[in-house]
Design a protein around this ligand. Structure first.
Ligand SMILES: Cc1cc2nc3c(=O)[nH]c(=O)nc-3n(C[C@H](O)[C@H](O)[C@H](O)COP(=O)(O)O)c2cc1C
Length: 321
């Protein structure tokens, strides 16, 4: 029996968007600690690498038990057999669902027929989905863009994917050619929802709880990416606004730094202190916005090699407050 939780989730569904290099297990855990109802998903993972038992890849799909209910692994690839084999590995790992990447616009991915290249031939992609859905006990979801070149096949593609058996659909309101330019077109996402029964989740450019409420319309949920890197409290703020409560402000700088300290700690446990400090550099850009000496401290933060070094800079930051 397929264990499908998608239709029973608390509405609106809130999901952290997959972001390669950012939404690794330590960050996901912290986001879920702040707002336990958030749905989590790994960054995009190659089906071929899973099939070859690639060590680095196997590490990338790992998750902490705290991420369960619900954590999915996002797969990219193009061969049906590889999706099926990789899904078995994900199932054995104990993840809650499988998400299919039909949205990545990166040339490296699409030139080999993966990611959003699968939107060029939605019929054949739907056949692949159907075979995968039949082969796995896990619910399968798709995260797609509006289309590859334009959005004219969107509604039909979405209907095909639904008929193929997916449990939910997340749509980033841009085409592949658009990459990240322009605005996410939410009207097209609403149109898809009018034609589908499964939960449809909208994605693109939400940067506040107010915007989440404004954009939700007829959808079942929203997915937030970049804004969650700057404000991991955004999902809690969304829950508040959807419950008709006042939105709590971003926490004080001390709590923001405590969040980051914990992120660094979890990342060190996950992959070692040195690795963590290097990997976290890209997150430093988001720390302490609005802090009066932010640029000076970010400069110091990107040179840090240990947790104790991090503590020193944080103490200095709090001292200057
Ligand atoms: C750095 C970065 C990495 C991303 N990696 C992935 C990925 O691995 N899989 C995926 O489906 N989308 C990926 N995306 C797209 C996001 O999931 C999301 O669709 C997009 O950022 C729009 O949402 P936002 O405006 O809330 O950020 C990535 C986006 C960014 C900025």
């Amino acid at each position: 029996m397929k264990k499908d939780f998608w239709s029973d989730l608390e509405k609106p569904i809130l999901a952290l968007a997959p972001m390669a290099g950012y939404t690794e297990s330590p960050f996901r855990r912290l986001v879920k600690e702040i707002e336990p109802s958030v749905i989590l998903v790994s960054e995009l993972i190659s089906t071929e690498a899973i099939c070859h038992n690639n060590e680095k890849t196997m590490r990338m799909i790992e998750f902490h038990p705290d991420e369960k209910n619900y954590y999915g692994v996002q797969l990219f690839g193009s061969r049906t057999e590889s999706f099926i084999e990789a899904a078995k590995v994900v199932e054995d790992l104990g993840a809650d669902f499988i998400d299919l990447n039909f949205g990545c616009p990166s040339p490296k991915i699409i030139n080999s027929g993966n990611g959003s290249a699968l939107l060029k031939d939605p019929d054949s992609s739907a056949r692949m989905i159907e075979a995968l859905v039949k082969s796995t006990k896990l619910p399968v979801t798709v995260k797609m863009r509006l289309g590859f070149y334009d959005d004219k096949d969107l509604v039909n593609s979405a209907k095909n994917f639904e008929s193929a058996g997916i449990s939910a659909l997340a749509i980033h309101g841009r085409t592949t050619l658009q990459k990240f330019k322009g605005h996410s077109n939410w009207e097209k996402i609403y149109e898809v929802k009018e034609n589908l029964k499964i939960p449809v989740i909208g994605n693109g450019d939400i940067d506040s709880a107010e915007k989440a409420r404004e954009f939700l319309q007829n959808l079942d949920g929203i997915m937030i990416g970049r804004a969650a890197l700057k404000n991991p409290w955004i999902f809690k703020q969304c829950r508040e606004i959807f419950a008709g409560k006042p939105v709590s402000p971003m926490p004080e700088i001390r709590e923001q730094l405590a969040f980051f300290r914990r992120h660094a700690e979890l990342a060190s446990e996950f992959k070692g202190e040195k690795w963590a400090m290097i990997e976290l550099r890209k997150h430093f850009a988001h720390i302490a916005r609005g802090f009066h000496n932010a640029a000076k401290f970010r400069e110091k933060l990107i040179r840090i090699e240990s947790l104790s070094g991090l503590d020193e800079v944080f103490e200095e930051m709090l001292g200057e407050k």
